[in-house]
Design a protein around this ligand. Structure first.
Ligand SMILES: N[C@@H](CCC(=O)N[C@@H](CS)C(=O)NCC(=O)O)C(=O)O
Length: 216
């Protein structure tokens, strides 16, 4: 039985999983879960994922959600080597730290704004919410000092998460010129990830949603 990914293209965590699938050369059946139509709140979806988030992955009988957990699972199960999620404890600890930074700081700032703009009808981002984005990006700027990718010279699953979230944060707060390391990092990711063209479509879908939600 093949992999099934419940997804919507504009979602940054969905993009992170698609980048991982592409890098591993894995095929998956994509099943749209339209958040704007609240499809994630239906009983069938909640039976699979009571937290009702996308992405959710099905691998036969096994169901797992949260992009960070999904990508760790995919690499551990299907990769030919551990470069995307290194096994050496100290190296892995740093990758994990960046994954938690994405979840707890970057994505948290993004979800907070997304809830108000995409689902509560607010037309403008509040100043205090923009400030949270700037705080996250300032940390990222520091982490990237002297590094090509988020932990060093080669990329791993933390880059899939950080790149996809940060690229959307810069849509909410378009101040890339203030973060030169982040700007360089974006270029490096774009020229390195195998799945970047599909990923660009997801980012564009996010930009279109934001424009639609905040216009008029
Ligand atoms: N930490 C989760 C976050 C997932 C998440 O919050 N996804 C959003 C879309 S970007 C979602 O599904 N929102 C719908 C909901 O929470 O009901 C991950 O990395 O997968």
């Amino acid at each position: 039985m093949g992999l099934i990914l419940h997804e919507i293209s504009a979602s940054p965590p969905v993009r992170a999983v698609k980048l991982c699938l592409k890098e591993l050369g894995l095929e998956a059946e994509y099943k749209l879960c339209n958040l704007l139509a609240k499809e994630q709140l239906g009983p069938e979806y909640q039976k699979k994922n009571p937290q009702h988030t996308v992405p959710t992955l099905e691998d036969g009988d096994f169901i797992i959600w949260d992009s960070h957990a999904i990508n760790g699972y995919l690499v551990s199960t299907y990769a030919k080597n551990d470069s995307l999620y290194p096994k050496e404890p100290k190296v892995r600890a740093i990758v994990d730290q960046r994954l938690h930074f994405d979840s707890g700081v970057l994505f948290s700032a993004l979800r907070n704004i997304g809830a108000k703009i995409f689902f509560a009808g607010e037309k403008e981002i509040r100043e205090e919410d923009k400030q949270k984005v700037r705080e996250g990006l300032a940390f990222l700027e520091k982490f990237l000092e002297g590094k090509k990718f988020i932990t060093g010279d080669s990329f791993n699953i933390a880059d899939f998460s950080v790149y996809t979230t940060a690229s959307c944060l810069l849509v909410f707060v378009p101040e890339l010129d203030k973060y030169p390391n982040v700007a360089k990092y974006f270029d490096t990711c774009k020229s390195s990830f195998k799945g970047i063209s599909t990923d660009d479509e997801g980012l564009q879908a996010f930009k279109d949603l934001f424009k639609k939600a905040t216009s008029g």
